[in-house]
Write a protein that binds this ligand. Structure first.
Ligand SMILES: Nc1ncnc2c1ncn2[C@@H]1O[C@H](COP(=O)(O)OP(=O)(O)O)[C@@H](O)[C@H]1O
Ligand SMILES: [Mg+2]
Length: 274
């Protein structure tokens, strides 16, 4: 369980708070999409959750541990894995393989376990051919996949992803999102995913929108993309499947009004032809 109570963050010298009166409870295993315009406080919110940043006011706790409590710091960092917005800020090793091992070494895992996790993750993220390459020489999208793999290798109970697909192409985004969905179905893991992509928001259990440091929306994605929710004003367009379903309905195809994901659209279309 992750809890933020009346959280405010004001950076030194800033005229106004970057986060203001934020209250959020996120249950273990929940998948939350965190959206909002640039500068609305999304990255700051994630950094609060692994104690890289401490609240100026209010409190943040992870599984009952207060992030201000120095004695809990190691345990909080062990439980909360953060994939940085810019992979260059995260990557520290000289080869892709070593980058995946780095966090696991810090956790004190034994060699066999580390090797087995590396061998599973490299193909899952399409990194097998790159294992001996220096990560800083890879493309932005490749670096982003390395950064995700390195955090997944530690199997954090709470996984924080800060726009992890921003440098990937459409195919790479779909692959990564499918992988995350598969991992989620296998083990209970909280995922907080900062994203501006409506098709990614659509797959979450819950959508939280920040505007100027305040939570302005917190409900299932279906409600976010329903008419009159305000999503337009926050720069969030409906997911492609919703637009397609609308166009098909206009063309005379009877389809339910609440289609949000491609999977739902495909299912509805397949059902409709029988
Ligand atoms: N380390 C920092 N020092 C000063 N201001 C910061 C720092 N980090 C973020 N900010 C400011 O806080 C606000 C929110 O930033 P951020 O959390 O990065 O938003 P987002 O991730 O939604 O783009 C912005 O106005 C940003 O300039
Ligand atoms: Mg950010």
């Amino acid at each position: 369980m992750i809890e933020l109570r009346d959280v405010g963050v004001t950076f030194p010298g800033a005229a106004r708070p970057s986060l203001d009166g934020v209250n959020l409870s996120i249950a273990a295993g929940e998948t939350v999409a965190l959206a909002g315009p640039s500068g609305s406080g999304k990255t700051s919110l994630l950094r609060l959750l692994n104690a890289l940043l401490l609240p100026t006011t209010g409190s943040v706790s992870v599984d009952g541990m207060d992030t201000r409590d120095d004695a809990s710091l190691w345990e909080i960092r062990r439980r909360v894995g953060l994939v940085f917005q810019n992979p260059d800020d995260q990557i520290v090793s000289t080869t892709v393989e070593r980058e995946l091992a780095f966090g696991m070494e810090n956790l004190g895992l034994d060699r066999d376990e580390m090797r087995s996790r590396v061998e599973t993750l490299l193909p899952m993220l399409g990194l097998e051919q790159l294992r001996d390459r220096p990560p800083h020489r890879l493309s932005g999208g490749e670096k982003q996949r390395v950064a995700v793999a390195a955090v997944l290798a530690m199997r954090p109970r709470h996984l924080l992803l800060d726009e992890p697909t921003s440098l990937l192409d459409a195919r790479g985004r779909a692959d990564l999102w499918a992988l995350l969905a598969e991992l989620r179905s296998r083990e209970e893991r909280t995922v907080i995913h900062v994203t501006q992509f409506p098709e990614e928001i659509a797959y979450a259990d819950r959508a939280v929108v920040l505007v100027e440091g305040r939570v302005v929306f917190d409900a299932p994605p279906r409600e976010l993309f329903a008419a009159g929710s305000g999503a337009d004003g926050w720069g969030l367009r409906p997911p492609p499947a919703m637009g397609l379903a609308g166009a098909l309905r206009t063309a005379g195809r009877p389809l339910p009004e609440d289609i949000l994901t491609m999977d739902e659209l495909i299912e509805a279309l397949a059902g409709g032809t029988q």
